[in-house]
Design a protein around this ligand. Structure first.
Ligand SMILES: *C1O[C@H](CO)[C@@H](O)[C@H](O)[C@H]1NC(C)=O
Ligand SMILES: *[C@@H]1O[C@H](CO)[C@@H](O)[C@H](O)[C@H]1NC(C)=O
Length: 417
């Protein structure tokens, strides 16, 4: 979530309709085309007063190099990705969960991590939703799945989970994707190509390749009604990915991905308009005084030329502590002596300290390390927390590793410290 942006939790829902009627695709196409038209107009308009911006989204034909079939030999399998149980999950979980990596660039070594939850009932007839958190840089697992719409919430203490009875997988099968590469558990090697060409365009391309590849692993979802959902900076990701999918479907004259609609909450669409919108919201809700707002208007043009005086004018009138993502929400406070987190006031169903529990949960030492076996008998194993001298720092794990080595088998993946 971007600092300069605020999310007022009230969801502004925008985009194509979500009801399942036949006109949705038409509506979505019209939406995308109208965006493209507006962009052309905007480019023309700016060219009168200055240099035209080069907007790669105005013309989707620049995506025609993308593959129409899974370009990478499918490496993983659905069975291998199946989650037996998450650490500390409550009993009687009645839906299937999967997670794993999908390669989106073999050449440059980019792998995207996903967490997928099916619906408890009639999953086979329910649609497929891809959920994307914003940022750029927010984890769809840490935020989306664990504090927003996923099937579980992390309990205080960060060790156990409880059911979220309002989870979205009641209505659909939901993929939480860590995107772009480098966010959360997704990764990219640090070679020059990966560092130089980051941005919305690559994010959309990688996500498209992810979907093609993922559908090979879960072929029963090919042709399923598909929706893209997200919030915040996903105001970029979601319509951009929709543009690529629509374009590729048209280019190849077949439904590669059966996109039916997009669904975005409080979306971040335009840097400067969003910044103005945030400050205007604070003023119109009494957080910023009339004088403060006048100072902002006098010092900010909400364009790239805004400088230090605008920053000062924007920050000066914002007094006291409040949650920029929801001005009415309680804050998370920390007890100075014990370090315990607590909520500044009670709001049913919301815990402002959830981020701390999720962080602790995501850092539970497990995975003893990881192991990869190659053809020809070579096995590579890492031992968590081992440092240079493995038997010194991790004597128990080292002994288990030796035992597995002597027996010619893979070491177990969960060896307690
Ligand atoms: C911004 O501009 C106005 C008028 O130019 C000035 O009076 C004001 O002090 C400035 N700064 C702030 C923080 O409002
Ligand atoms: C990539 O990471 C390695 C290992 O940390 C480092 O030695 C190398 O300089 C990095 N390369 C680039 C292009 O940043």
């Amino acid at each position: 979530m971007r600092k300069t942006l605020n999310l007022f939790l009230s969801l502004l829902l925008l985009g194509a309709s979500l009801t399942a009627d036949g006109s949705q695709e038409d509506q979505l196409t019209r939406f995308i085309q109208s965006k493209a038209k507006k962009r052309h107009t905007a480019v023309r308009a700016t060219s009168e007063s200055g240099p035209a911006e080069n907007d790669p989204w105005a013309d989707a034909s620049s995506f025609s190099h993308l593959p129409s079939k899974c370009p990478i030999p499918p490496a993983g399998t659905k069975e291998a990705d199946k989650i037996t149980a998450l650490p500390g999950q409550p009993p009687r979980v009645n839906f299937d969960q999967y997670s794993g990596y999908v390669t989106v660039s073999e050449l440059h070594f980019r792998e995207l991590f996903y967490y997928f939850v099916e619906a408890p009932y009639e999953a086979a007839t329910k649609p497929l939703i891809l959920w994307l958190n914003g940022g750029p840089g927010c984890s769809s697992l840490g935020y989306g799945a664990m504090t927003e719409l996923g099937p579980f919430r992390v309990n205080p203490g960060g060790k156990t989970l409880s059911r979220n009875k309002h989870a979205w997988n009641n209505l659909a099968n939901v993929i939480f994707l860590e995107s772009p590469a480098g966010v959360g558990f997704s990764y990219a090697s640090n070679n020059t190509n990966n560092n130089d060409n980051v941005g919305d365009r690559r994010t959309a391309e990688d996500t498209f390749v992810f979907l093609l590849n993922w559908l090979e692993r879960f072929p029963e979802y090919k042709g399923r009604d598909f929706y893209i959902a997200g919030e915040s900076y996903s105001g970029h990701y979601v319509p951009q990915l929709a543009t690529v999918i629509e374009f590729m479907n048209e280019l190849h004259g077949s439904t590669l991905i059966n996109l039916r609609g997009i669904f975005v909450g409080n979306p971040y669409l335009d840097d400067y308009k969003n910044e103005k919108g945030e400050l205007e919201f604070l003023w119109s809700h009494g957080v910023i005084s009339d004088e403060g707002w006048a100072g902002i208007l006098a010092n900010c043009s909400f364009s790239p030329s805004d400088d230090w005086p605008c920053t000062v004018a924007a920050l000066k009138p914002q007094k006291g502590h409040f949650d920029h993502y929801n001005i009415y929400a309680p804050l998370c406070l920390q007890e100075p002596l014990t370090g315990t987190f607590y909520s500044s006031s009670y709001l049913a169903g919301y815990d402002p300290c959830a981020d701390h529990y999720v962080e602790a949960y995501m850092n539970i030492p497990k995975v003893g390390g990881y192991v990869q076996q190659y053809e020809g008998g070579f096995t590579f194993a890492s031992v968590r927390g081992a440092g240079h001298r493995v038997p010194t720092y991790q004597p128990k794990r080292a002994l288990v590793l030796l035992y597995s080595f002597l027996k010619g088998m893979l070491p177990p993946d969960d060896v307690p410290h």
